[in-house]
Design a protein around this ligand. Sequence first.
Ligand code: 5AD
Ligand code: SF4
Length: 457
Amino acid sequence: MRKGLIMENELIRRIKEQQNGKKYTILTMGCQLNENDSEKIAGMIEEIGYNMTKKIGEADLIVINTCCVRENAEERVFGKLGELKKIKEQNGTIIAIGGCMMQEEVMRNKIKKSYPFVDIIFGTHTIHRFQKDLYQAIVEKQKIQDILDINGEIHEGLPIKRKHSKQASVTIMYGCNNFCSYCIVPYVRGRERSRKPENIINEVERLAKEGYVEVTLLGQNVNSYKGRENYGFAELLRDINKIKGIERIRFVSPHPKDFTDNVIQAIKEGEHICKLIHLPLQSGSSKILKEMNRNYTKEQYIELVEKMKNQIPNVTFSTDIIVGFPGETEEDFEDTLDIVKKVNFEQIYMFIYSRRSGTKADKMDNQIPEDIKHKRFELLKSLFEKKIPENNLKYVGSIQRVLVEGISKNNSKMYTGRTESNKVVNFEGKEEYVGKIVDLKIIAEHTWYLEGKLKDN
Ligand code: 5AD
Ligand code: SF4
């Protein structure tokens, strides 16, 4: 139960009187943690009586949940705010902006100066107060800035309006202690705080009862999760694996330096734990990894991959890579390409290094020119893309368990789903399979998706 519920109930009643039946929309930028925060914000807004709309022009309330990991995410926000100004002038829409970018004082000041029509500015540690902020903005007609510059507390029991009905995200820990030298996250999300094991387990049990079949455990650094003494990520994985009805357990993101044998064992033994490991590499050069403060070398990363390949049958990997970190030479970049050649990643999330004010890497004087960063990005992309067909061939002829998501966006005659390793598979199916896991024989590969056939056909 939420703290101060009596006051909240009264507040909800009063604001509901005014807002019942009005429409809202949320624009979410950034990672899955932000998506999960937005689901909670949506839950709180709907508790007040609003209905969701996808049409920004008909919304009475627009929320932007921002990201600040890279500069282009911030630029998109300013572009969007330019568009919202006109909508606000026409419709008097309430505009709220929150999330990571609002934890930065310079950004808040920029919003207040250049976009004074914004009604509510809120941060990553004040989401739980959104209804109160909304009340003050709408009923009391105040301009609200609700930011806490602390590590934030964990607030259990917030209402939540989930985006999907079969796949759910569950945040298990907040914040990050790693201070990778390029990354702004520790400054805007604070230090690591783990949720209590029983709260996470209760949430997943509830999801299973509601018919969810897949959960993704979220955190900036999930394998440094610490529920209590002698209860870490491995123990949590084992407990969640026991929950009846949850067929698939995924987790993002672990840090290679915290991948203990105990966690590897829990993944191996957990029959519901997906054997696709997202293992952020960032760079293949030991020199750059040191500068990045990643706490592992190229050799240690490869060793870890080999160890998991030896211990976990059919394990696959995906990763994050940054190109153009300060001081990255052609040789360093070659080391990154070398790992990509060796590991056969299922997916690579590639990023061009973006300077973030306040981070250590931003102060380094050997920044890489933009044209070289872009050239390396294209080289990495083409190396990865060249390898996809060859990598996909290993699926052809195999039987894959596929969680069916619905009708394919590109071909309305086909259904689509995902393998345990997150590959898209299209097949001729039936409505009754949606939300279920079916066995499909893979009959062809088409670079961006596989083609499957029901096993018994
Ligand atoms: N520039 C580019 N990419 C970054 N990431 C984090 N910070 C930066 C930055 N300053 C990437 C990392 C991380 C992912 C979520 O975003 O690869 O794993
Ligand atoms: Fe950023 Fe590194 Fe923490 Fe990930 S582990 S959030 S990259 S500081």
